[in-house]
Design a protein around this ligand. Structure first.
Ligand SMILES: Nc1ncnc2c1ncn2[C@@H]1O[C@H](COP(=O)(O)OP(=O)(O)O)[C@@H](O)[C@H]1O
Ligand SMILES: [Mg+2]
Length: 315
């Protein structure tokens, strides 16, 4: 069936009414509430928001790499016409790192310190044919690693952060993953290396891959991403294509995030007042109301619905 799609504009993954959270001291607290998201194929989709708003938890729920105190309350994650949340651990093994790859913030976490790059890249294959090494080299070439033979003989700690990210991206190429989840993949890297990794993500997109890119950096969003989802305290507050969202931000939180971006002279305009609260602090009404410049009485009691592309009583 897959080959029949000529138009790439269909959803590779759909998240429906997803709510989950964590048990903390025997009490349950929501970390994600009623998340609805569709990601179309062959695009780079940003999920943005300040630290602590639930971006990583969302990605980790898709891959079901969750700590013991996590509880998924409701929802579906539809991938390949199946609900991943119904998958057994064994079934998930065919998804993680295969159909869906993760590029983590700290690449060291997904590489085994005890094996050379060559050994762990070859492990991706189920059989050990001689041609596999050629496939490995081909993938490293695609991610623009020049000294391939040296890299293959290296252990992870001998490589720079940027190089390790390239190796992880090469592994996702070997697996031919259609969907790549990148959780702040460049936060630990300096600017020039960061840009080259982001350029690589654009190349993956041009190969037809879909990338969900998590970041707190809105300049990355505007430069690299086709669509943008803004999260605040476990909820989606706004989503749109990136151009429209930057041209006409609607939610006060989106406005505040954009207002905090440095201007053309590199000067930071204004900080968002207050701080994101921990999930253990229950906020009635709109979760952003304590920090909102446009707060109305209603916002303190009632929860706005997500309508069209924004979740706010102003619209
Ligand atoms: N295992 C856990 N137990 C309790 N709370 C958690 C756990 N993991 C994450 N959280 C909380 O969930 C919220 C979202 O975290 P996270 O998704 O890591 O944020 P970010 O947007 O920075 O990636 C935070 O308040 C965090 O403290
Ligand atoms: Mg995170």
């Amino acid at each position: 069936m897959k080959g029949l799609y000529i138009n790439t504009d269909f959803d590779i993954i759909k998240i429906k009414n997803l709510s989950m959270g964590f048990n903390i001291d025997d009490k349950f607290y929501y970390a994600l509430e009623n998340i609805n998201l569709d990601f179309s194929k062959g695009k780079i989709h940003a999920i943005a928001g300040e630290s602590g708003c639930g971006k990583s938890v969302l990605i980790n729920t898709i891959l079901k790499i969750l700590p013991k105190n996590a509880i998924i309350k409701s929802g579906e994650i539809i991938f390949d016409n199946k609900n991943l949340l119904n998958f057994s651990e064994k079934e998930y093994e065919n998804i993680r790192g295969k159909k869906i790859s993760l590029i983590p913030q700290d690449p060291f976490m997904s590489l085994n310190p005890l094996y050379t790059i060559e050994n762990q890249m070859l492990e991706v294959f189920e059989n050990n044919k001689i041609q596999n090494l050629e496939k490995v080299k081909d993938a490293l070439n695609k991610v623009k690693i020049k000294n391939i033979d040296t890299v293959l003989k290296s252990y992870p700690h001998e490589l720079s952060g940027g190089m390790k990210q390239r190796v992880i991206i090469a592994m996702s190429l070997i697996q031919n993953s259609d969907l790549i989840l990148a959780d702040e993949p460049t936060t630990a890297l300096d600017v020039s290396v960061s840009n080259s990794i982001l350029d690589l993500l654009v190349e993956l997109k041009n190969m037809g891959k879909t990338i969900i890119l998590i970041t707190h950096d809105l300049s990355i969003v505007s430069n690299y991403c086709d669509t943008t989802t803004i999260m605040y305290l476990g909820e989606i507050v706004e989503k749109n294509n990136t151009k429209d969202l930057f041209k006409n931000p609607l939610h006060p939180y989106t406005k505040a995030l954009l207002g905090a971006l440095p201007d053309k002279r590199g000067k930071k305009l204004e900080n968002i007042k207050g701080q994101i609260s921990p999930i253990t602090e229950i906020i009635n009404g709109c979760k952003f109301h304590p920090r909102c410049n446009y707060v109305m009485d209603k916002c303190k009691i009632e929860k706005p619905e997500f309508k069209h592309c924004v979740k706010c009583f102003l619209y």
